[in-house]
Design a binder for this molecule. Structure first.
Ligand SMILES: [Zn+2]
Length: 272
């Protein structure tokens, strides 16, 4: 699977930037007029929805936006979809993910294909994490993204796959310098923004750490609503309608991100 990703990604080329990214682009790149590349890496087919309005926003601003999904979602059964765990559900969720990416204006999704919950008969969790490390490394090398977005320590819902995916992306990112000097951001909701207790299961981050605030348009949330409608095996119709409204109201049209490094302080003491 990783080899296939590499082969596919080698035929993809081009990058540059909109908005705040423009400032740090070499003039040579600006002159070429290439699109900047945003790569989001999440755990499940439907995780893109949590950051979907921001992804749609940048895609509409001429960025090339890719979403890579770590696991195959084979265990995501629901009592209303009537699709058993396994290959039929994997196929259904891949179609839903493609539909969602299209609705958000993104590039076709990249499926890394780890087993759901990173369970595997051979090698167990350590082998799955190694596969994810190699896949993330290949994506950073071949796509050369300007920006990478993934889960932070809170993982939005706290799902272990979210935590592991965000951790491995961060580990791979921090292990060396990458082509194009990408920036890494963690997408999150600010603490205190969830006003209804029924949605309180979401983990949040204090807004003082969420230093990147991206203003979104109504059009971005309209695309998010369409994307939610794609994931029919995961959400009942009522939830497909409620969740994007919850996100729009909670974000108040501002998507927040925590940069990997808040500031690069060089020092020689932990306490100063
Ligand atoms: Zn998920």
């Amino acid at each position: 699977m990783v080899t296939r990703i590499i082969l596919v990604l080698f035929i993809i080329s081009g990058h540059s930037t909109p908005e705040n990214l423009l400032a740090r682009m070499p003039s040579r790149e600006k002159q070429k007029g290439k699109s900047p590349i945003l790569l989001a890496i999440f755990a499940h087919p439907d995780d893109e929805l949590l950051t979907g309005a921001a992804l749609a926003h940048y895609a509409a601003k001429n960025a090339k936006v890719y979403v890579a999904i770590a696991t195959d979602g084979a265990l995501g059964t629901t009592d209303f979809a009537n699709i058993p765990a396994g290959s039929r559900l994997v196929a259904a969720r891949q179609e839903e993910m493609k539909c969602s990416a299209k609705a958000l204006g993104l590039e076709p999704p990249i499926f890394i294909g780890l087993p759901d919950q990173m369970n595997a008969a051979t090698g167990g969790l350590p082998a799955q994490l190694d596969t994810l490390r190699r896949a993330v490394s290949s994506l950073l090398t071949t796509l050369k993204p300007d920006v990478i977005v993934t889960f932070g320590a809170e993982g939005w819902t706290g799902h272990p796959d979210h935590l592991l995916t965000g951790t491995i992306v961060t580990e791979v990112f921090a292990s060396r310098q990458w082509p194009g000097n990408p920036k890494l951001y963690f997408s999150a909701l600010p603490t205190g923004s969830i006003t209804k207790t029924s949605w309180a299961k979401y983990r949040t981050v204090d807004s003082s750490y969420l230093t990147i605030k991206v203003s979104l348009d109504e059009a971005d949330y309209l695309k998010l609503r369409a994307a939610f409608n794609c994931h029919q095996s995961q959400y009942r119709e009522t939830v497909r309608q409620k969740l994007p409204v919850f996100l729009e109201n909670t974000q108040n049209h501002v998507a927040m991100f925590r940069p990997f490094l808040h500031n690069k302080v060089i020092g020689n003491s932990l306490f100063e």
